[in-house]
Design a protein around this ligand. Structure first.
Ligand code: ZN
Length: 413
């Protein structure tokens, strides 16, 4: 068979027109069967490149291996991207538009002229003069998150296969489903994958590498008040609704999502239900450090105890449940994962900028499942919106980064 067009742009354009939106209301994995349409195409393309073990499994994940071509003992490295697009905005009927040789200024989208990618809101556009930019027509999202990553891994794979003189260890490829609804790592079979370390291709601005996520706990507080007929309640009633309100009123205002940024954590109430007899309060606690998490939990418990001292007939429970942890804890145990990535980034002419994510990612899940996994730039921007755009030159830089990274691992083995 003759191979289809195969620049990273050609691949990207081929993948974004396939609707792969995931669905948080579905219990199935993949949450939408249509994600497999892209999976089947990728399986075929990987096989056409000669990767014999390429396959799509029942959960929609695609696995493949570029076998090692060196005698050195190089650890197997995985590159991972997700195939689904976010439920936040339509991914049906994507009509990519290419602005060739961008010369600055705002980009008005042709299918909905109210949609404008403004330089004032997207300052990264200033670094794109002379580049080709892909956007949508304004009626759908683009799906650069994360089909830019998919196209880049595919292009790097093709490059390694067609340039066998470049020595490398085993390179494992993993394309997942349902990342956007937080389930991307659920059905990944790490034993089958057989990689020692991984990299997700799911970042944004070139040069930016993410090696940290929040650490996260949930806290549930239950309160049992003293219920009594309101007509004869004097000196006796302890209304759990008022106890819950007292607790919330005392939360520190400078440790809330709405008052924090960058590396600051927070205590955030996410649900309250209460009657006179009893109340239940749900919280999420976030911090980059475990120490910060436990300090916030100690503070929250002290607030509850202080309030409860005013209600001697009432009782409470305080339960902490671990949700996820900062992947840096895992990555710090394997410093070569980041060191090699920083070296590869410099080799493609970029100054690496290491940043953190105020949330959790599949990379953090995979890291704690046993696959240490920082996140690499793809060149995409303004994710989950009709203003999403990606630079073709930056996608090419990301492809080169993958190739250089594979070379660094081999050289240093
Ligand atoms: Zn993504």
């Amino acid at each position: 068979m003759s191979l289809p067009h195969d620049s990273v742009l050609d691949r990207f354009l081929r993948y974004v027109v396939i609707d792969t939106q995931s669905d948080p209301t579905s219990q199935a994995q993949p949450s939408t069967e249509k994600q497999k349409n892209l999976g089947r195409l990728l399986e075929r393309e990987l096989k056409a490149l000669g990767l014999e073990d390429a396959h799509l499994d029942e959960h929609g994940n695609v696995y493949a291996t570029v076998p090692a071509n060196t005698d050195k003992d190089v650890p197997a490295i995985c590159f991972c991207s997700h195939m689904d697009t976010a439920p936040d905005f339509s991914g049906t009927g994507v009509k990519p538009q290419i602005v060739k040789n961008y010369q600055g200024g705002d980009i008005r989208l042709v299918g909905d002229t109210n949609q404008v990618i403004r330089v004032s809101e997207h300052p990264d556009l200033k670094d794109q003069i002379g580049h080709d930019i892909v956007a949508t027509d304004g009626t759908t999202l683009l799906g650069a998150d994360d089909k830019a990553g998919v196209a880049e891994i595919m292009s790097a794979t093709q490059f390694l296969v067609r340039n066998p003189e470049i020595p490398h260890g085993p390179v494992k490829i993993l394309f997942t489903t349902d990342e956007e609804i937080g389930r991307g790592a659920d059905k990944v079979d790490l034993e089958k994958l057989g990689a020692k370390f991984g990299y997700t291709m799911d970042g944004s601005t070139v040069g930016e590498i993410e090696n940290e996520t929040f650490s996260a706990d949930g806290v549930t507080i239950t309160v049992k008040g003293v219920a009594i007929h309101p007509g004869t309640a004097k000196g006796k009633m302890e209304n759990a609704i008022k106890i819950a309100a007292d607790i919330i009123a005392r939360l520190p205002k400078d440790q809330a999502p709405e008052t924090t940024e960058e590396r600051q954590g927070f205590i955030h109430p996410v649900g309250v239900s209460a009657s006179m007899e009893g109340a239940e309060l749900g919280f999420i606690i976030r911090d980059f450090e475990e120490k910060g998490l436990s300090e916030k939990e100690t503070l929250l418990k002290a607030i509850v105890e202080e309030v409860m001292a005013n209600y001697p007939g009432s009782t409470f429970t305080f339960t902490v449940k671990e949700q996820y942890r900062n992947m840096k804890i895992v990555l710090d145990r394997h410093p070569e994962v980041m060191e090699n990535l920083l070296e590869a980034t410099r080799r493609v002419g970029l100054e690496p900028k290491v940043t953190s994510i105020r949330g959790g990612t599949d990379g953090s899940r995979l890291s704690f499942m046993g696959l240490p996994c920082p996140n690499i730039y793809t060149g995409g921007h303004a994710y989950h919106s009709p203003l999403e755009w990606v630079s073709v030159e930056d996608m090419e830089t990301a492809v080169k980064t993958i190739v250089e990274l594979v070379k660094v691992w081999e050289e240093r083995a």
